[in-house]
Design a protein around this ligand. Structure first.
Ligand code: ADQ
Length: 461
């Protein structure tokens, strides 16, 4: 993204865009979002603030990717209470339709307040005059008002990567008004879907008496706050380029052959998170094999699950359940040398992920709730052959933009099974126009467009 923005751009997110390699050196974390933001940060003389991901890590500035990275150190206790506790055991499940019971613990809340204050002070300390500060995600909801108290010269934006829940759920949080007041310190609040923006405005009106002015503005405490919708996307060109190369084509053919050249490869790619509906999807596949609607000699499933939040008990339970299901299905339906479910518990590099997307005839994206879901978009971008069928949960942000997918309610087991069969049996004459329409729409809005649209509102040009 190249731009002539007038203000230096400071990004703050729970994590810095780097990880430490085995040799002790920092290397850039992959991902479209980081690549979309870095050039503007660099060109405007901005910087990035966040946690390194290491417990009791350092606070010395890291110079990488041509910018300054300012670590906010977290102790063991901070990680346990602020990160694994309030962020991932209270907010995460509640914001995803309360799919799991949230814990509400005073000491976790206090750690969340304390770490948010640490972020605000660090940003206030290092942000150049008149900077635009773009905060990311649910970990940092108190930073907007804390930062505003320190620095009146900066513009403050916040973007929520996950859903924002309806008032009926949000008001369960004992500290709900504090969170709303924290967010209302921003100039711009961004959401993936219109639904999230509306949910926030309704909570702000009800809980702290903010006034809704039109669709995209709320007024509180003498200030207007823009409440906008900015659906995130991916680096479409990069996926297309990598997917079109000879190496990807060869690897795709090799993957098919390794899987025994089945007629149809069904694919799931997710962080191993209980919001993603991995168990539901595996169960549906197993039942279809049990009933004979799918045939283990013709239909094979690959599920890749990235390790995530392994310290949180609910994630350990989810992993156990999924691995047991994989074992049961394979026990019933595999032949010697030919498992019917291929399960990988690891993160894959892009040059392996893309051929896998290409090899996937049917992509199963079935979360119970998801802010957007980039996997759905990556699958479509990788299908430069204009083939493949996307089965997509109605409860993802992506569903707003991907009408030509087979939309499904993952809570409806019968419908999930029927939709999988429909995808498996879909004729090429129907598959192709659907995929072409999906690809045409995806090409119109990349991750750079997403970043630019937010920054246009936050900073102007
Ligand atoms: P996530 O919950 O992480 O993101 P998603 O949008 O699907 O969900 O992004 C996952 C990313 O991880 C994708 O880029 C995918 O390629 C990658 N990934 C998944 N499994 C992988 C594997 N085994 N190996 C390598 N890479 C893997 C949160 C929200 C989403 C929102 C994004 C962006 O929960 O709703 O879309 O942020 O805003």
């Amino acid at each position: 993204m190249t731009s002539k923005r007038s203000r230096p751009l400071v990004i703050a997110a729970n994590r810095l865009p780097v990880t430490r390699a085995d040799d002790g050196c920092w290397s850039a974390s992959p991902g479209g979002l980081v690549r979309a933001l870095l050039p503007t940060v660099r060109e405007t003389g901005g910087c990035w603030v966040g946690w390194t991901g290491e417990r009791n890590g350092e606070s010395d500035v890291i110079h990488d990717e041509g910018i300054d990275l300012h670590p906010v150190p977290l102790s063991d206790r901070d990680v346990d209470l602020y990160y694994e506790g309030f962020s991932n055991d209270t907010l995460w499940p509640l914001y995803h339709d309360a799919i799991r019971e949230s814990g509400y613990h005073q000491e976790e809340w206090e750690a969340y307040v304390e770490v948010n204050r640490r972020f605000a002070l660090r940003i206030a300390d290092i942000a150049p005059p008149d900077a635009a500060v773009w905060l990311h995600d649910y970990h940092l909801q108190l930073v907007p008002s804390m930062l505003r108290e320190q620095r009146e010269d900066v513009r403050i934006g916040w973007f929520n990567h996950i859903p924002f829940p309806p008032l009926e759920l949000f008001q369960r949080i004992p500290w709900r008004s504090e969170i709303i007041r924290g967010l209302l310190g921003a100039d711009v609040l961004g959401f993936q879907r219109r639904l999230g923006a509306r949910n926030f405005a309704a909570s702000a009106a009800r809980l702290v008496g903010a006034t809704e002015i039109g669709d995209d503005l709320v007024f509180h405490d003498g200030r207007n706050v823009i409440v906008g919708t900015f659906p995130i996307s991916i680096d479409v060109a990069e996926f297309e380029l990598l997917a079109s190369g000879r190496a990807a084509r060869q690897r795709t053919a090799q993957i098919r052959s390794r899987l025994g050249d089945p007629e149809v490869i069904l694919l799931g790619v997710d962080r191993l998170d209980y919001t993603k509906g991995i168990g539901q999807r595996l169960r549906a596949f197993g039942q279809l094999l049990d009933s004979g609607r799918l045939d283990p000699e013709r239909h094979v499933m690959v599920q890749v699950a990235t390790p995530t939040r392994e310290g949180v008990e609910q994630y350990q339970d989810e992993r156990r359940e999924i691995e047991q299901l994989v074992g049961e299905i394979n026990g019933r339906h595999s032949r010697l040398g030919f498992p019917v479910v291929h399960y990988l518990y690891r993160s894959l590099p892009l040059d392996e992920l893309i051929p896998l997307y290409r090899a996937g005839d049917v992509m199963l994206v079935t979360p119970f709730r998801d802010g957007m879901n980039l996997v759905a978009k990556e699958y479509v971008a990788a299908h430069v052959d204009h083939d493949g069928v996307l089965v997509l949960s109605e409860f993802t942000g992506a569903a707003d933009e991907m009408d030509e997918a087979l939309l499904v309610n993952p809570h409806d087991e019968q419908s999930l099974r029927d939709t999988i069969v429909r995808a498996v049996e879909m004729h090429r004459h129907e598959r192709r126009p659907r995929m072409e329409a999906l690809r045409a729409r995806l090409g119109q809005r990349t991750v750079n467009d997403w970043a630019n649209s937010f920054l246009d509102v936050l900073i102007g040009t």
